[in-house]
Design a protein around this ligand. Structure first.
Ligand code: SF4
Length: 348
């Protein structure tokens, strides 16, 4: 049986491919790439995200640590001055109570990314480093290994949403290569702004079937809130709202910071590596893929949960005897993936 069976397994292969060879056609931009998965906004989550980053600025970003900076921390580190200043005199009006800003200042100081001191009763702040402009482009990829007409219909409206709001610089669909002279995905009703990429998950050979259009991330976007359901008797109008470019820029940076922290190997955090059937199997000598010994396949995060009927806790003996390396296999799996995530993150 072919090894890449599920959409989840295909998604992991797509992430691996992107990490290795992005961009699909050599642009010579020299950007560094960070790949993450299952990130986005409250309304829209993308399967795979590729961040194209300025290499020098990315090294500067690494000074702020491996964890993401949330919007409160970003508000501070992006506006902190070079000379000691009372925080209310240098930070822009936050739009929420100042006590939350003070809490964020303490968090930033605890993380070692901001300098603080007291002058009388007043907290003064000074920046340690300028927060760099490290993100060049966000590329969103939807993975649909088997892109039949009904999958294309469902995906089509999601891609229309992406194109209208233009939060990512480009959106792609990755589908399994069929070997046909014209890839069937080209006949499906997808927005022409979306690129189509065919990927052979076993060998990671990829080809561009259709190039995407660059989306207008610096212009106002349109968020589609509701649309007629397609029934000819449905006379309702679609509902939209506008998203201003500043709000989009904030959201893009928040997504990028989350992607920076998580990468794409964090799947283990939503699985059960403490199950005795859980394994990590190597592919290409580098990629580690989850594997369920009970079901003899690469399992999805939805299947590998506390609701799984085949779940069996790893025996306590595995832990007490330090199998195979301290902490039992569950801990060891986490450690392995964390090591790889760290190795791939530039600017350590
Ligand atoms: S048996 Fe269930 S919980 Fe255990 S590894 Fe397999 S899918 Fe995960």
């Amino acid at each position: 049986m072919e090894r890449t069976q599920t959409e989840f397994a295909f998604e992991l292969r797509c992430c691996r491919w992107a990490e290795r060879v992005w961009p699909p056609a050599e642009s010579g931009s020299g950007d560094r790439v960070i790949v993450a998965r299952q990130l986005g906004t409250k309304r829209r989550r993308w399967d795979t995200i590729v961040l194209e980053c300025d290499p020098e600025a990315l090294r500067e970003r690494a000074k702020f640590g491996r964890e993401r900076l949330d919007s409160d921390l970003l508000h501070i580190v992006r506006n902190a001055p070079t000379a000691w200043t009372y925080y209310r005199d240098c930070l822009p009006e936050p739009g929420y109570p100042w006590r939350y800003v003070r809490e964020a200042i303490h968090r930033a100081a605890d993380r070692g990314i901001l300098e603080t001191r007291k002058s009388g009763n007043r907290i003064q702040i000074r920046r340690k480093w300028p927060y760099p402009d490290w993100l060049n482009r966000i590329v969103a990829i939807e993975n649909k290994p088997d892109l039949d007409a009904s999958a294309a219909r469902a995906l089509g409206s999601q891609l229309e949403y992406d194109v209208a709001v233009s939060l990512a610089d480009a959106v792609w669909v990755a589908t399994r290569a069929t070997g046909d002279s014209v890839e069937p995905a080209l006949f499906e009703d997808l927005p022409i702004e979306a690129g189509i990429l065919t990927l052979e998950p076993e060998t990671l050979a990829a080809e561009v079937a259709w190039y995407p259009r660059t989306l207008a991330v610096d212009e106002p976007g349109t968020r589609i809130l509701e649309r007629p359901d397609g029934d000819e008797r449905d006379r309702s109008a679609a509902r939209f709202e506008y998203v201003d470019p500043e709000a989009k820029a904030e959201t893009r940076l928040a997504i990028a910071e989350r992607a920076y922290e998580r990468g794409w190997r964090s799947f283990i955090e939503t699985m059960r590596p403490d199950c005795r059937h859980f394994e990590l199997r190597a592919r290409d000598g580098d990629q580690l893929e989850p594997y369920c010994g009970a079901n003899e396949r690469c399992q999805t995060a939805a299947a590998c949960s506390s609701r799984c009927a085949d779940f069996e806790p790893e025996p306590p003996g595995w832990r007490t005897r330090g199998w195979p390396i301290e902490g039992g296999p569950g801990k060891r799996c986490r450690q392995l993936l964390e090591d790889r995530r760290r190795r791939r993150r530039p600017g350590r």
